[in-house]
Design a protein around this ligand. Structure first.
Ligand SMILES: [Zn+2]
Length: 570
């Protein structure tokens, strides 16, 4: 049987990977991420968002999600005509006073819903239903960045998922931190229709439905505690919300850890009737695990892949900043700021960067203060793999920032009970003793200090985070710049561009304070050459055509993917 690859995301865009691989009798997806490009065309996710009461409607209508019946959840199908519903009364039980209504959608309404999308988007539509068999055998998750997992929330919970322990635990922590509104990678909350046909909460099934989850790197200890939601005492209780399952039979699958800005990242290869098909996920060669990516290339080469799905985020980038250089540059900036408070801006999920700042705190004899949410995530990552992620919070140079909350959530109360907290009143006494691990989302907390110091907080803001990839992120950087100016902070790692009248129109990171999670053009070309696949399919890039010059002189065939068009692998 021929093998087909169909990209439902990650085509001419950075992120949103949703890649279907099928081979005769089985089907799987590489990742099922949120396409921020497609989403951001219509929504900002804050003031303009998809309407949850209309379930799948908004995202299908705007082609943010591909119309894939079987894979997408039927409990998110809204109904406009009450005649499409069956409403039954359930007599009260126990302490209930009133009877409840159970609302069910009629099969013909489900059919009509999908028939509509078949007519509306015939080229992207694909009916994945296979009777009693699962529509897709597995979704292979490369890592827990949202552009790789963010649309799992719309995927039917019966579909099994494969990934690393680290990826699963990060997903669990993210879900706890957002009060159960996670990515849907581990579990989803079932929904039910209201008698008006809106998608509402499901009063019959209150607990989340866990997906079958296969740990590609071996399962953590068997969970023993039920209902361990938000508890983080040991691995077993944390793993209890994950539903471990064996790998799908029939599919020959290999995985390799790769270097990326998030731990737990892997690349995959799957054996098909047409040879091995490999998928990079996101890769780089500048972090502490750069040898992993090199080993990945070598071992893929030994498989002589028929096709390589390769990322190209920085295909137009040539700079190469290593994590070690980031350490040296940030350390120099902190030393120069002696006597002043330091605010360090980096993504807390980028644990490698966090470790960089822990080391800087040790060298300069300061205390790194992290927000409780970041401490929770760090603890989860430590539980997933103590050898990979040290118990950072146990370091005497790391403490909690007492994030002001009138009523902290349960997870936060527990984290605060476990570690020492330092609040603004204490920081104000000796600001030069601290490095605050803050970013734009926490920056309002600086106003407490500003108040206590009567506007005299003298400090240095080190921007050690990624550049803006779209307009929205550029606006955020301008906002961040405004905050630093308002708070009177000296800025390291960001440069504003101004109009002749002095208005800031763009803010760009300075080179040397951030190491990207992605390989540059030269490294990508070298990676492709050393893997030497029969064909290369560029994904996760805004300039796939650039691969043509990068592959010159090789025998690698460049196959440019088109949205939702199957590519035959021979
Ligand atoms: Zn990533």
């Amino acid at each position: 049987m021929p093998t087909f690859i169909t990209c439902y995301g990650g085509v001419d865009e950075i992120g949103g990977n949703k890649i279907l691989l099928e081979d005769g009798s089985w089907r799987l997806f590489f990742d099922f991420g949120r396409s921020f490009g497609r989403y951001g065309k219509y929504f900002d996710g804050v003031f303009i968002s998809e309407r949850p009461q209309r379930g799948l409607l908004d995202l299908l209508a705007l082609e943010v999600l591909p119309p894939l019946p079987g894979l997408l959840r039927n409990d998110l199908i809204p109904v406009f005509d009450p005649a499409s519903l069956r409403v039954t009364e359930i007599p009260p039980v126990g302490r209930q006073k009133k009877p409840r209504q159970r609302v069910e959608i009629l099969p013909r309404a489900i059919k009509a819903f999908w028939d509509y999308w078949r007519e509306r988007f015939p080229e992207a539509f694909r009916d994945l239903r296979r009777g009693r068999r699962k529509p897709v055998d597995a979704i292979l998750i490369s890592h827990a960045h949202l552009d790789h997992i963010g649309d799992m929330i719309y995927v039917s919970p019966e579909i099994p998922v494969c990934g690393t322990q680290m990826t699963a635990f990060i997903g669990k922590a993210m879900s706890d931190l957002s009060n159960g509104r996670g990515s849907g990678m581990l579990s989803v909350k079932s929904r039910a229709l209201t008698p008006d046909g809106f998608v509402g909460s499901d009063s019959e099934h209150r607990t989340s439905i866990s997906r079958p989850w296969h740990f590609v790197d071996g399962a953590p200890p068997t969970p023993t505690l039920p209902n361990s939601h938000t508890l983080l005492d040991n691995v077993a209780s944390f793993a209890a919300d994950i539903n471990p399952q064996p790998a799908p039979a029939r599919i020959k699958l290999k995985h390799w850890p790769v270097d990326h800005s998030l731990f737990g990242a892997v690349g995959y290869a799957v054996e098909t009737d047409s040879g091995w098909v490999a998928y990079t996920g996101d890769i780089r060669f500048t972090g502490m695990n750069q040898n992993h990516t090199r080993a990945f290339a070598e071992q893929l080469a030994a498989l002589r892949p028929a096709a390589l799905l390769c990322e190209g985020t920085r295909i137009n980038g040539s700079g190469r900043v290593t994590e070690a250089q980031v350490h040296d540059n940030c350390l120099r900036a902190v030393k120069k700021a002696s006597g002043k408070l330091i605010v360090a801006d980096f993504s807390p999920r980028n644990v490698e960067r966090l470790l960089t700042f822990v080391s800087i705190a040790e060298t300069t004899n300061r205390i790194l203060l992290v927000q409780p949410k970041d401490a929770y995530l760090l603890r989860a990552m430590h539980l997933a793999d103590p050898a990979m992620v040290a118990d950072v919070m146990a370091n005497s140079h790391v403490k909690l920032h007492a994030d002001p909350k009138a009523r902290p959530a349960e997870w936060e109360t527990r984290i605060r009970a476990q570690y020492e907290s330092v609040g603004p009143a204490q920081i104000q006494k000796n600001p030069a003793d601290y490095i605050l691990a803050f970013s734009l989302t926490d920056i309002a907390d600086m106003l407490d200090l500003d108040f206590l110091t009567r506007g005299e907080t003298r400090g240095v803001y080190i921007f050690s985070n990624s550049q803006a990839y779209d307009d929205e992120q550029n606006v955020d950087l301008i906002r961040l710049w405004n905050w630093t100016q308002r708070l009177g902070l000296e800025v390291v790692g960001l440069r504003p561009r101004r109009t002749p009248r002095g208005e800031v129109i763009e803010v760009r990171p300075e080179v040397g304070f951030h190491s990207s999670g992605h390989a540059n053009a030269e490294e990508l070309a070298e990676f492709a050459r050393s893997v030497n696949p029969k064909s290369l399919i560029p994904i996760h890039t805004s300039a796939p055509g650039k691969w043509a010059e990068m592959l010159k002189g090789t025998k690698i065939e460049l196959v440019l993917p088109k949205y939702a068009r199957p590519i035959r692998v021979d």
